[in-house]
Design a protein around this ligand. Structure first.
Ligand code: IDP
Ligand code: MG
Length: 138
């Protein structure tokens, strides 16, 4: 069994899409083992997206991530990192496949509804960022 970190971003929560996103995950056979709603500070958002600190969109995306509450989740399934990325679709909704969350709902390349870890090492670090071992006993 594999685990990954998923986030419903401020646009997804604000537009009332949390149920839709979670429903798609559950229908895909993904189990939610931890979940919390938080509002990140700018320092926390900059830490979370630190790998992108040299990118031109860093200030904008980190401000966006603090613009409202987000829902962080630990997902579990066989191959869940890829499964979740497949459900999400490409970063840019214009390039996302039909039927993906981003194709169906994202406004643009920044406000794209969901985050998902992109590999096992990232998943481990990102899960720790939001959840303690105690919160993942489920
Ligand atoms: P991912 O979320 O599909 O893994 P990343 O390349 O890791 O995409 O980028 C992290 C986040 O930064 C994206 O989900 C999006 O919100 C934002 N982002 C990525 N590329 C751009 C861009 O070119 N312009 C504005 N925001 C971007
Ligand atoms: Mg990424």
């Amino acid at each position: 069994m594999e685990r990954t970190l998923s986030i419903i971003k401020p646009d997804g929560v604000g537009r009332g899409l949390a149920g839709e996103v979670i429903g798609r995950m559950e229908k895909a056979g993904i189990r939610i083992c931890a979940m919390k709603m938080v509002r990140l500070t700018i320092e926390q958002a900059r830490m979370f997206y630190a790998v992108h600190r040299e990118r031109p969109f860093f200030d904008s995306v980190t401000r966006f991530m603090t613009s409202g509450p987000i829902i962080a989740m630990v997902l579990e399934a066989e191959n869940v990192i890829k499964k979740n990325r497949d459900l999400m679709g490409a970063t840019n909704p214009e390039q996302a496949l039909p039927g993906t969350i981003r194709k169906d709902f994202a406004s643009d390349v920044e406000k794209n509804i969901v985050h998902g870890s992109d590999g096992p090492e990232t998943a481990a670090v990102e899960i720790k960022f939001f959840f303690s071992d105690l919160e993942m006993q489920q």
